[in-house]
Design a binder for this molecule. Structure first.
Ligand SMILES: Cc1cc2nc3c(=O)[nH]c(=O)nc-3n(C[C@H](O)[C@H](O)[C@H](O)COP(=O)(O)OP(=O)(O)OC[C@H]3O[C@@H](n4cnc5c(N)ncnc54)[C@H](O)[C@@H]3O)c2cc1C
Length: 444
């Protein structure tokens, strides 16, 4: 039988898989539980604002993402963040401070203690760790010092995972940082050596720049769907996949391969034939619950928004995790003199906030936001709240067990690919890379 692939989920992982299957001339069909494409990605245009209800920005962090955008360049306009995005704010003692970007600002910043700044000089000479299960917090304290954990890494981790650096395991949660220490013996020395290594033309395009699309991230989804064909997606699908010999059966149709991109909790229902005990090692993955708030102002009268946004370290004991200055980063997000901001609350440390009613949540956040943004009163012209129950998978100490379980099930059932953010990274660029990797295995 010729290859025929079923894809569960029409989020970015499923759609990019479809895009590359089509390119390889392989027949496919997508099964999507809801009535729309994009999964957590969704941009909305309303009253002069464009806001996101899920992810807001991506990073050009791998070759696969830059190549996908080149492939799609006739179908959407990639927008890189304004250079003001280089400036990142961190709250310390209730005041916004700029995250240092060079030597001088690194010496003068009030974010880190003098002792830790001095200690950093010894970072290149410290021995590499040997524990593959070491948490992000343990690693950072060992190599850099507690104030770097509190005022750089904790807010950074909260920006990506809405998680806890003591829970997340570096090898899985921040693999590039882990590799830097393992391969080069040091973060500082490793970063310098890596920057000096010769790069291929494709690698040079991996600029780590922040991206979106003109009109919002949904435009990337629309571009992929235009290429892959909406007619190849079954919406409102209540899918249960059966096994017959080596083939997978959905709605009496046979498939040689199946790519799953769904959240861990969906797997038992989708694949009733998978060994429940092994599946438990996957479904037990913890997710951060997050409340996301988009706020639009027709006329901005608060603090200067000339930055990427502001992150709030756990030590500051606030309810808001971070603020993105979206209308600074990308064009057309707010009226001329206005502003569009996105806030996050909840995460693994303050999950109860993500479970509050809108009214309760706003009564807590409004005074805090007014204070953080230099407003006499927090009264936006547009205010939308989105709750994400399974926002971000947390790559903790159970990650090896989960990764092994995925490999085990894939070996047991040839043609099965368990993708999505249960493994391989939680960012959009990670999802694109994973989709391409799966399709290249199918095309072998
Ligand atoms: C609030 C939030 C903010 C984020 N911020 C960023 C960011 O700033 N930058 C970044 O790079 N990443 C960010 N991310 C992560 C990024 O958005 C995701 O990793 C990525 O979009 C996930 O894509 P996916 O296709 O793997 O999964 P999803 O988008 O979850 O898509 C899975 C699809 O499967 C469908 N589905 C579920 N169950 C079934 C079933 N049984 N059968 C069929 N279909 C099913 C779902 O309806 C959905 O459409 C954020 C995520 C969230 C939630």
């Amino acid at each position: 039988m010729n290859k025929k692939v079923a894809i569960a989920g029409a989020g970015i992982t499923g759609l990019v898989s479809a895009f590359y299957l089509k390119k390889a001339g392989i027949d496919f069909r997508i099964f999507e539980k809801t009535d729309r494409c994009g999964g957590v990605i969704q941009s909305v245009s309303e009253n002069g604002f464009i806001y996101e209800t899920g992810p807001n920005t991506g990073t050009l962090s791998n070759i696969e993402t830059t190549e996908l955008f080149e492939d799609l360049s006739d179908y959407f306009e990639l927008e890189l963040a304004d250079e003001k995005a280089e400036k990142r704010l961190i709250l310390k003692n209730g005041k916004w401070e700029e995250l240092p970007s060079g030597l001088i600002s690194g010496i003068t910043t009030p974010l880190f203690t003098a002792a830790d700044k001095l200690r950093l000089l010894g970072e290149p000479f410290r021995k590499a760790g040997k524990n593959p299960s070491e948490s992000v917090a343990e690693l950072v304290i060992r190599r850099m010092g507690k104030s770097f954990l509190d005022y750089a890494v904790d807010p950074f981790v909260s920006g990506i995972y809405a998680g806890d650096p003591y829970y997340l395991v570096t090898k899985y949660a921040l693999p590039k940082l882990y590799d830097l220490e393992q391969k080069y013996g040091s973060f500082i020395g490793g970063a310098i050596k890596k920057a000096r290594e010769p790069k291929s033309e494709a690698e040079k395009k991996v600029t780590k720049k922040i991206f979106s699309a003109k009109g919002g991230l949904s435009e990337i989804i629309n571009a992929i769907v235009k290429n892959t064909g909406k007619e190849n997606i079954k919406f409102n699908a209540d899918t249960e996949i059966q096994k017959k010999g080596n083939l997978f059966i959905i709605d009496d149709e046979e498939y040689t391969d199946v790519i799953s991109t769904v959240n861990a909790g969906e797997l038992p229902g989708l694949f009733p034939f998978l060994d429940k005990k092994i599946l438990d090692d996957i479904t037990s993955v913890k997710y951060a619950e997050v409340a996301e708030i988009a706020a639009g102002f027709n006329k901005w009268e608060g603090i200067s928004l000339d930055a990427f946004g502001g992150l709030i370290p756990s030590k500051e004991n606030k309810n808001v995790l971070g603020i993105l200055f979206m209308s600074t980063l990308f064009s057309g997000r707010a009226p001329e003199e206005g502003a569009l901001l996105t806030f996050f609350a909840g995460g693994t440390k303050k999950m109860h906030l993500a479970r509050m009613s809108e009214e309760e949540l706003l009564s807590i956040l409004k005074p805090e936001l007014a204070d953080l943004l230099g407003l006499s009163d927090f009264k936006p012209d547009l205010l939308k709240i989105f709750y994400h129950k399974k926002a971000i998978a947390q790559y903790g100490a159970d990650s090896k067990k989960r990764t092994d379980a995925v490999k085990h099930l894939q070996n047991e059932h040839k043609g099965l690919f368990l993708g999505g953010s249960i493994i391989d990274g939680v960012g959009m660029a990670d999802r694109i890379k994973q989709a391409k990797k799966i399709v290249s295995k199918i095309s072998e």
